[in-house]
Design a protein around this ligand. Structure first.
Ligand SMILES: Cc1ncc(COP(=O)(O)O)c(C=O)c1O
Length: 357
């Protein structure tokens, strides 16, 4: 059913991607398990389309303000976008982008497919200067896990002057807190695994664009490569989207309260928080071993990678070899969930107390 564009995003999250309201129609789009379809239609084969994906794509497209394609994972979406870069093209990317994105770029560069320039995304002047030779400017804002913010509108204008694509990985902000297509960005990418699905039970990715031709090119790549989502995963993500606004609102309120409390704790050297969203990065004053101890001793917070679920998780990012060496060794990324904030603080404070010794 078509969404009413005059509706607020929270209403769209609830209403988009529903079946037509005919008597006895289900309220929710069913899960269509189909590897092939009766000949003569628009889809024909399971790799080319699925009604459950379409429902989710309608909903996420409406939230971001564009046309959506869903993928098997966030990194499948990232790979599909990077494939747009012509041979030997230059990609500008924040040095603190998600490690998987950086690893994909490093792999492509090592095989002579494209060139990569890592930048400090907070240095707008330097990034604008780098845009002159770019084929594609990748933005992740906030970055993972440094939580740096890019000046999206200024960088986009400079990149477009150079004829480059601009991409924003909007995983951390979600369309509720940031809608990059409104700033003229060409492509939004998501790890739907995180906030969009929201329950740590789905791996999925998405791309949203405004240009129909670009959408068709990307759809062609998905058809060809086959990095398609499962129908059940699409259904779960659509179900997750229905409460996105409530989850983001609650998790963000919890994060803001925890940021206020964390600053005063003697085990916390620095707190990084961009002012919105529900990811907080802290540097443990007593070093990496104390940071590991913190992750091992919380009872309510789960020691796990990933983020954006209803449950609060934490991890020391440098435990991953691929993490940038400029990320402090003792940085712990907190993904704040929707539990009671006092329970979250009591657990975190007790574990932090243990780091002071
Ligand atoms: C910002 C960001 N983008 C992309 C990805 C990759 O997504 P996926 O794990 O769904 O492949 C991640 C995963 O952590 C991420 O944090």
């Amino acid at each position: 059913m078509a969404t009413d564009p005059s509706h607020k995003l929270s209403t769209i999250a609830v209403t988009a991607g529903r079946p037509e309201r005919t008597p006895d129609a289900p309220l929710n789009t069913p899960i269509t398990m189909a590897a092939t379809y009766v000949a003569g239609g628009d889809v024909e084969y399971g790799r080319y389309g699925n009604p459950t994906w379409t429902a989710l794509e309608d909903a996420l497209g409406a939230l971001e303000g564009g046309r959506c394609l869903t993928f098997a994972s966030g990194l499948a979406a990232v790979a599909t976008v990077l494939d747009l870069v012509a041979a030997d093209g230059l990609v500008i990317v924040p040095r603190h982008s998600y490690t998987g994105t950086i690893m994909q770029l490093a792999d492509l560069e090592s095989r002579g497919r494209l060139r990569v320039q890592l930048v400090d995304i907070t240095d707008t002047e330097a990034v604008v200067a780098s845009c002159a030779d770019a084929a594609l400017v990748w933005l992740e804002s906030p970055t993972n896990p440094a939580l740096e913010i890019a000046d999206i509108a200024t960088i986009t204008a400079a990149a477009h002057e150079a004829g480059a694509y601009v991409v924003v990985d909007n995983t951390f902000a979600t369309p509720l807190l940031q809608r990059p297509l409104e700033d003229g960005v060409d492509i939004v990418v998501h790890s739907a695994t995180k906030y969009l699905a929201g329950h740590s039970d789905v791996t999925m990715g998405a791309i949203v664009v405004t240009d129909d031709e670009l959408w068709a090119v990307l759809k062609g790549r998905r058809d060809l490569v086959g990095a398609i989502p499962g129908a059940f995963e699409a259904w779960l993500t659509l179900r997750g989207l229905r409460t996105l606004h409530l989850r983001v609102e609650r998790a963000q309120a919890n994060a803001q309260e925890l940021v206020r409390r964390l600053g005063d704790h003697p085990a916390v050297d620095t707190v990084a928080y961009p002012g919105f969203g529900a990811i907080v990065s802290i540097v443990v004053a007593q070093g990496a071993m104390a940071a590991d101890l913190l992750c091992r001793t919380t009872q309510l917070w789960v020691h796990a990678t990933s983020l954006g679920g209803v449950e609060s998780t934490l991890e020391r990012r440098r435990r991953w070899k691929a993490e940038a060496p400029t990320i402090p060794d003792a940085l712990v990324r907190l993904s704040v969930g929707i539990e009671d904030v006092d329970d979250l603080w009591d657990d975190l404070r007790t574990a932090l107390d243990g780091c002071v010794g």
